[in-house]
Ligand binder design. Structure first.
Ligand SMILES: Cc1cc2nc3c(=O)[nH]c(=O)nc-3n(C[C@H](O)[C@H](O)[C@H](O)COP(=O)(O)OP(=O)(O)OC[C@H]3O[C@@H](n4cnc5c(N)ncnc54)[C@H](O)[C@@H]3O)c2cc1C
Length: 470
């Protein structure tokens, strides 16, 4: 079978790219190794409850009618109406470090006033940093790369404030330890602090259903349980793929959301570079409470925390680093109805290799993997109590996922949640007709990944095509 384009992966980026191409009457197929779509942002059933895998919040919130923002661009490009997303904004969130807390919301002024209160000598620098972020064009894919910390230090001289600014941006989107690329910093600062958080009442399922419906309606083909084993090449040009089943499909263009290292491997590259392998992975605990978190005195929607004054974003030497993380209360969005389950989620940085080495026996709570999960669940819950009241007596059901789960859902080497530290901003791999989309192109989160799929489809497939009928 021959296609105009083959897309590897039915995560946010693959689905968005697929919709865009199908809208232009391209013959396109999305190939997904799993039996379900969504990638890192999928969902699952556990003991009668529906859980999202990755969604805390949709970053990049834009109110209806706002122009020129990432969410508005995404809706326009995919012909989705704002109200179809059913987005409900956060109440407020916080960055919480020992002895100091900064609240923020979708109104940027709250964060600014909090900085002025807690770090009065830094507020002019914070204003200047904000101006620099606003003025930077992160969409210039050819802009030279630079590290974010030296740029931020030109404006912010207090190291604690510096770490408090970096903490949410790193947890929600950095594939690098200790620092970020400046353009990534700008993307994340805008998406978290300047734009903010929202959530559909039904979580990620709602967004995925919208995308799948749109894709199918536009005539796109989706094949599940269709893992790509190899990318086929001819004279330095991608010409199609071979599936795990041995079936071959050909195409003019292949867009891969499998990740940079993983796509290199699919090409059979002999010389893959270990430095490209991401090191940062997460555990996530999910506690189902017997009442809304609000009734336990937890007001925030999301808390990014560190129990140490200086925050270390790095692969821990032990299984999990519970001294910092993200606490998410999905029920604390301004939802029209309280969700069926009252959830409290905690994300911590974890070490893939240590989790991968643990012996695992299906349904055996005494196996090493299950016992480690139990131990780290308890530690993770204990270490957030400096930031929220003790919720533990109210927990009625628990689940936890580990770097192994992330590897399972994304196929990423080492369960690298945000992929490789190297991002291919233009998507070009050096092999004609093969382009990277999604996480390793460098736009992160749900909106970022979807915009990546759209922009790469536009740039590498649709440039010559006329506008489709609305
Ligand atoms: C705990 C956690 C919380 C998060 N919270 C948020 C949040 O609150 N808000 C937010 O915006 N973002 C969040 N994210 C990030 C967000 O989920 C990702 O940035 C985004 O989903 C990435 O989409 P993607 O399309 O690039 O890649 P993926 O979601 O990784 O999709 C890639 C797909 O490709 C498939 N695939 C890989 N290899 C092959 C192959 N060889 N053949 C066929 N298929 C293949 C995979 O199975 C997968 O479905 C979170 C992530 C995690 C882990």
């Amino acid at each position: 079978m021959h296609y105009d384009a083959i897309i590897i992966g039915a995560g946010m980026s693959g689905l968005a790219a697929g919709i865009r191409l199908a809208m232009y009457d391209k013959k396109v197929v999305v190939l997904e190794r799993h039996y379900v779509w969504g990638g890192l942002n999928s969902f699952y059933r556990f003991k009668g409850h529906q859980f999202d895998v990755g969604l805390h919040a949709m970053t990049n919130y834009a109110p209806r009618g706002a122009k020129g923002l990432p969410l508005s661009r995404l809706l326009k490009q995919l012909r989705i109406r704002h109200d179809e997303l059913d987005l409900h904004p956060q109440g407020h969130s916080a960055v919480s470090f020992p002895g100091v807390k900064l609240k923020f919301s979708n109104e940027f002024e709250l964060l600014r006033s909090e900085v002025a209160r807690a770090f009065p000598k830094q507020v002019d620098g914070f204003d200047a940093l904000t101006r620099a972020v606003r003025e930077f064009n992160e969409l210039d894919l050819d802009a030279p790369q630079q590290n974010a910390r030296p740029v931020v230090r030109r404006f912010i001289t207090d190291p604690v404030l510096e770490d408090m600014i970096f903490c949410p941006l790193m947890f929600y989107g950095s594939a690098r330890e200790h620092d970020m690329d400046w353009d990534q910093f700008v993307v994340m600062f805008k998406s978290i602090f300047l734009e903010g958080f929202a959530r559909p009442q039904q979580g990620v399922r709602h967004v995925l259903k919208l995308l799948i419906d749109r894709y199918r309606k536009a005539g796109g083909e989706l094949r599940l349980r269709a893992g790509v084993a190899r990318i086929l090449q001819d004279n330095g040009r991608a010409k199609g793929v071979e599936l795990d089943s041995g079936e071959t499909l050909t195409a003019d263009t292949v867009l891969s959301s499998a990740g940079l290292v993983e796509t290199e491997r699919l090409c059979g590259s002999a010389g893959w570079k270990p430095a490209l392998r991401g090191k940062l992975s997460f555990t996530e605990t999910i506690s189902v409470l017997d009442k809304p978190a609000r009734e336990l005195g937890i007001e925030e929607t999301i808390i990014f925390f560190s129990n140490r004054q200086r925050f270390a974003y790095e692969q821990p030497a032990q299984d999990v680093d519970t001294s910092s993380g993200v606490i998410c209360m999905p029920g604390n969005f301004k939802l029209p109805e309280d969700p069926k389950d009252h959830l409290l989620r905690i994300t911590n940085i974890a070490n893939y290799d240590r989790w991968a080495a643990k012996a695992r026996v299906e349904n055996d709570p005494a196996c090493e993997y299950a016992r480690s999960k139990q131990r780290w669940y308890e530690q993770s819950c204990a270490d957030v109590l400096a930031h929220i009241p003790d919720f533990r007596p109210h927990v009625k059901l628990v689940d936890m996922f580990t770097p192994r789960t992330i590897r399972h859902y994304t196929g990423h080497e080492a369960g690298a949640v945000y992929g490789s530290p190297k991002k291919l901003r233009t998507g070009a791999t050096g092999i004609d007709g093969l382009y990277i989309i999604g996480t390793d192109q460098g736009f992160l989160g749900i909106i970022g990944a979807a915009l990546s799929g759209i922009s790469m489809a536009n740039r590498w497939v649709l440039q010559q095509s006329p506008e489709p009928a609305a």
